[in-house]
Ligand binder design. Structure first.
Ligand code: PLP
Length: 387
């Protein structure tokens, strides 16, 4: 009994390895950056930290546009964008997963939203988008990397269509920016958004938003108060750089450390690492004989920051993820109607071969325990990719 309690206590206190599509493990340096005495957010010291963040973020976004950090999770950035330019406008919302749906719901609050829907994890309907643009859509929303389904959408293609019809392009890059190639300026993205707890491997609670000149020309005259982009612009253009209201200072300090780590690693190296890690997960799934969930074509591909895998018949989600969690690792299930149908392994942030191999070994074991007869050794296949 005592031993049991002792064991459970150790287990409870043990850190779990979060292989989720956010939040993700936070490097020690980043955690340490937060544990210090409070600093004044209207000081050169804070301004320098904010400036460091913005410098690195601009490279990760592929933009020279204005860029701000908002205290609030990624969704705050989504709402700042839509509320900022979308009030009473015709908004075409591309939906092929949970987060596309969220952009649609936010758009419904502020403008006249039109859903351009395809099944989760299937290609976006470009023909329907064209039709919507021809009938006067002024804004298009897209999730670049649809986390709920593990599919990467053709942002560049959609950017071209937006330009052709002079529509603003709002892109949720929350699980691509910092982990995959994003060229906001080249693709014609007017407002791009990301969040701190995904590819940046920082704590949750910050949203980062870039705003183009075209978007500034079309901002609404009645913006929300806390999420007013113009207020962020005004405060950020002073010396020192500031935010309009008291920011989550410890999170900014943590994000700065994450950004410095990105600079040290080098963005292209970081992006290649994400591709390799997700490639190892994909190789394991295929070798087991499991299907990847996204239905891709030449414009769409599997995400390189989160891999969505279909459950084989008979394997129960709660049972499988329960076995994996007992080994100290947390992976994600499906959301909404995909609950029990898919599982998702995040490979974003700071993770590399040790975390991926441990996760795949635990998953392989759990699949077997749940009665699945695998075709081949997925861990071996992944090691082949990583070695
Ligand atoms: C996580 C996520 C969000 C939401 O971010 P929160 O930080 O939970 O508000 C939005 N879009 C995508 C694609 C995401 O993965």
């Amino acid at each position: 009994m005592l031993i049991q309690i002792y064991y459970e206590q150790i287990y409870m206190e043990k850190e779990l390895l979060l292989m989720l599509p956010g939040p993700v493990p936070i490097p020690e340096r980043v955690r340490f950056a937060m544990s210090r005495q409070a600093i004044n957010h209207r000081s050169p010291e804070f301004g320098a930290a904010y400036a460091d963040c913005v410098r690195v973020l601009k490279t990760a976004f592929g933009t020279t546009n204005d860029l701000f950090v908002i205290s609030g999770s990624g969704t705050a950035g989504m709402e700042a964008a839509i509320a900022g330019v979308g009030r009473d406008k015709e908004i075409a919302c591309i939906v092929n997963g949970k987060f596309g749906e969220r952009l649609y719901k936010i758009s419904q609050r502020y403008g006249k939203a039109h859903e351009i829907k395809s099944d989760w994890g299937t290609p976006v309907n470009l023909e329907a988008l064209k039709a919507q643009l021809e009938t006067g859509a002024q804004i298009v929303t897209l999730v670049h990397n649809e986390t709920s389904a593990g599919i990467k959408n053709p942002a560049e293609e959609i950017g071209k269509l937006c330009r052709k019809h002079d529509a603003l392009f709002i892109m949720d890059g929350i699980t691509s920016i910092g982990g995959d190639v994003v060229e906001a300026d080249k693709w014609g993205v007017d407002i791009a958004i990301t969040g701190s707890q995904k590819c940046f491997a920082a704590p949750a609670g910050l949203a980062m938003v870039s705003v183009s000149k075209r978007a500034w020309e079309r901002v609404t005259r009645n913006p929300p108060y806390y999420l007013d982009l113009a207020a962020y612009k005004k405060s950020a253009s002073g010396t020192p750089m500031e935010t309009p209201y008291t920011p989550a200072v410890p999170l900014f300090l943590a994000l700065r450390e994450s950004c410095l780590m990105i600079e040290e690693e080098g963005l292209p190296v970081r992006i290649a690492r994400h591709k390799k890690m997700s490639g190892a997960v994909q190789a394991a799934a295929k070798t087991w004989g499991l299907s990847l969930f996204p239905k891709t074509d030449k414009l769409h591909s599997c995400s390189s920051t989160v891999t969505a895998i279909e459950y084989p018949a008979g394997v129960r989600d709660d049972e499988m993820r329960g076995i994996i969690k007992k080994m100290g690792i947390v992976i994600a299930g499906g959301q909404d109607h995909l609950k029990g149908k898919i599982f998702r392994i995040g490979s974003m942030g700071a993770v590399s071969a040790p975390e991926i191999l441990a996760t795949l070994a635990a998953t392989q074991h759990a699949l077997t325990k749940c009665g699945f007869q695998r075709k081949g050794d997925g861990v071996e296949a992944a090691a082949e990719v990583l070695g």
